[in-house]
Design a protein around this ligand. Sequence first.
Ligand SMILES: [Zn+2]
Length: 240
Amino acid sequence: MRIGNRKRFLFSCIFFTMIMLLFGKAVNPVYEKVLGEPYSPMVKAIDKNNKFKKPIREYTIVLDAGHGGIDNGTSYKDMYEKYLTFKIVKYAEAYLKDKGCKVILTRNEDKLIPLKKIGEKVNEANADAFVSIHINSINDVTFKGITTYYYDAKGYQKDERMNLAQIIEKEAIKDDGWENKGIRRENFAVLRYSKIPCVLVECGFITNKEDREKLSKEEVLKRLAENISNGTIEYLESVK
Ligand SMILES: [Zn+2]
């Protein structure tokens, strides 16, 4: 190699190395920064914005623990509907409050509230949604699962109420292997009186062994309460 060629070769080598050092090192962190690391938080942020159109804390939800006082509701041995519904409602109340919602209970003690009074309380609350909690029973002991009831008087809020029922049913059966008994239209007084979107959730059959086992576990009641609460929020988020 001639000296001139060697110099040119050396110069080329140094130049190439410098280019590699400059861009090789510089490009990688930029690439990582732009396309790597911030990528997933960016996606999460977009999802969050799409999901929460209105801050959750603004919702007011009325919860009704079915039966109470002299009215035990349905029962099996020492299991009473009025106590189970109250437990579920109290778990849901704590969960919703923690999420920033305002919660109004139709009863906060072991007391019977007339159905018409419940309706009045719901309509005076200026709330966004109303959820009544019950436990089912039937002669056929093989019957099990959760049913969510809605009612539209002459088509009043039909789509909203069906939608709320569908979302709550979907969420309620999510854990613990509950059977999906679907949604049903039923002229229940509490649903008829309410002017806001409302449902009545029959949380399993006390007459069925499997459902009874579920209902006897605090953690199942808590999960159920949280899932029903999530369904209510999901519905409210979808319409606001
Ligand atoms: Zn009941």
